[in-house]
Design a protein around this ligand. Structure first.
Ligand code: GRG
Length: 296
């Protein structure tokens, strides 16, 4: 019987060991920047995206080592986005992972640069994974996919739509489009990139593409629900902020009960997409259920 708790702990430990080696212990003239980067990178979080990258690699029969550089790159980009998202010019949040946000400790300038450092170094880490036995052409395609998902066509573009949407009523389709870019794109590339590095066939990539689409959206629907239903202590970050900021969310458009139903429907779609896979995809299946049932 597959044990998700154990899997999540083991894979998170693998990722955290690798991340700790990538951003070295602070010393010398770069000490402050490295300390600020490590503060966020090693300061908690569920590590969902890198674990999904490793799980997708394993689902297609690849050893997790083939995707560990990519998994770290994805988590570095995720952490950069959280640091920048917490800045006063963005969401203006003082708390992240139950601790002061990066800019509350290091100031806005260093926090901005710590985010820039993580974003840029992420691509160095991924490009260097060509030496982990993965063909260079596959790494090159993954570099392009990750840049597409994180940049103007993906996460950054989605953040801009989000900023421009404050105080406006969005349709359900507009909200889905916003989140497909802002949150979904990084989830999507984590899964499809991990599978590609694991040697996935085109048929496997097509199924995982569908799995990733449903899972990314389910994550955001549940994130919106948790913003309404969970406490700040539970989440380690400020809650009830969407309504205060006048943001359209799934609960504000559909209501809480229908949003919960929608998340379950997306979980079902994600699991259906994996129907051709055997037990090697059990971690992905269990993570899809975890994403919908999580309490933080
Ligand atoms: C260039 C300033 C600049 C832009 C950066 C800020 C930004 C682009 C994008 C925002 C992306 C963002 C913060 C999306 C929110 C996604 C989200 C719900 C994050 C929380 O994800 P979890 O719960 O995080 O997986 P942890 O790591 O805490 O488990």
């Amino acid at each position: 019987m597959f044990q998700l708790d154990r899997y999540l702990k083991e894979r998170a430990a693998l990722v955290e060991r690798a991340l700790s080696g990538i951003v070295p212990d602070p010393s010398g003239p770069d000490a402050l920047l490295l300390e600020a980067m490590r503060y966020s990178l090693l300061g908690g979080g569920k590590r969902l995206r890198p674990i999904l990258a490793l799980a997708a690699c394993e689902a297609v029969g690849g050893a997790p080592e083939r995707a560990i550089g990519f998994a770290c790159a994805v988590e570095m980009i995720h952490n950069y986005s959280l640091i920048h998202d917490d800045l006063p010019c963005m969401d203006d949040d003082d708390l992240r992972h139950g601790r002061p946000s990066n800019h509350k400790v290091y100031g806005e300038a260093i926090a901005t640069l710590a985010g820039d450092g993580l974003l840029t170094d992420a691509f160095k880490v991924l490009a260097r994974s060509a030496s982990d036995g993965v063909p260079s052409s596959v790494v090159l395609q993954t570099v392009a996919d990750l840049a597409h998902a994180a940049g103007s066509a993906g996460m950054v573009g989605g953040q801009v739509i989000d900023l421009q949407s404050e105080g406006r009523t969005l349709t359900l389709d507009e909200l889905k489009h916003l989140h497909a870019k802002k949150t979904g794109a990084l989830f999507h590339v984590s899964i499809v990139g991990g599978a590609r590095l694991g040697g996935a066939s085109d048929t496997q990539l097509a199924s995982l593409n569908e799995f990733a689409r449903a899972l990314g959206l389910a994550f955001q629907v549940v994130d919106d629900l948790l913003d309404v239903e969970a406490t700040t202590e539970q989440m380690g970050k400020r809650t009830r902020k969407d309504e205060a900021a006048g943001k359209a969310t799934f609960p504000s458009l559909l209501g809480v009960e229908k949003s919960r139903q929608f998340a379950r429907e997306l979980e079902h779609q994600a699991l259906e997409a994996l129907s051709a896979f055997g037990p090697s995809a059990d971690p992905l299946r269990a993570i899809a259920t975890f994403v919908v049932e999580r309490k933080q």
